[in-house]
Design a protein around this ligand. Sequence first.
Ligand code: GAR
Length: 204
Amino acid sequence: MLNIVVCVSGGGTNLQAIMDAIDTGKIADTRILRVISNNHNAYALARAKEHGIDAICVSPRDYETRELFHQALLQAVDEVKPDLIVLAGFLVVIPQEMIRRYVNQIINIHPSLIPAFCGTGYYGLKVHEAALARGVKVTGATVHFVDEGTDTGPILLQKAVEVKEGDTPKILQQRVMEQAEWIILPQAIDMIAQNAKSEKGAAK
Ligand code: GAR
């Protein structure tokens, strides 16, 4: 069984895709131990609770320093001892200590074909604004492992999505979610779960 923590900041449609894929068996042998948000108002928290999943908020606003926030975030993760941390629209820079502690155990979904439109300042709608401003004809999404840089870790999966005449950032964002993110994020988790299972089997 692959035990995961999912970190979210907003609407949580990617979290929903993961929960649905677990329910329908598209992701095998996986359970979500906890959902963590940095934002008290994130609708993602309600989605998790509705699903009966432990959901907590660790907000930087509740801590006097960034350091204390980082400690609390790390503690919220460590407490449940996950095999994998999934950043599903988590718009917080991950503490270096967490990256060092969970090497190859953190994945992120980014709404572009990395290395285009990624790195510092490229998140959420800004990514799609930049893609439209550059006039690209194809964009997409990427699932990658998280290393110490921003969006620089090894790529696991990518899926391309067409940009259409008349697209606005919001329209493009929705298409990228529907045609790429909600598909490749569950796929990546399933791949990791299958891999963990075969490694366990081999160790027996
Ligand atoms: C998604 O489009 C995700 O790719 C993006 O935030 C959105 C969250 O939506 N993540 C980033 O931009 C990370 N750099 P959701 O809360 O509905 O899943």
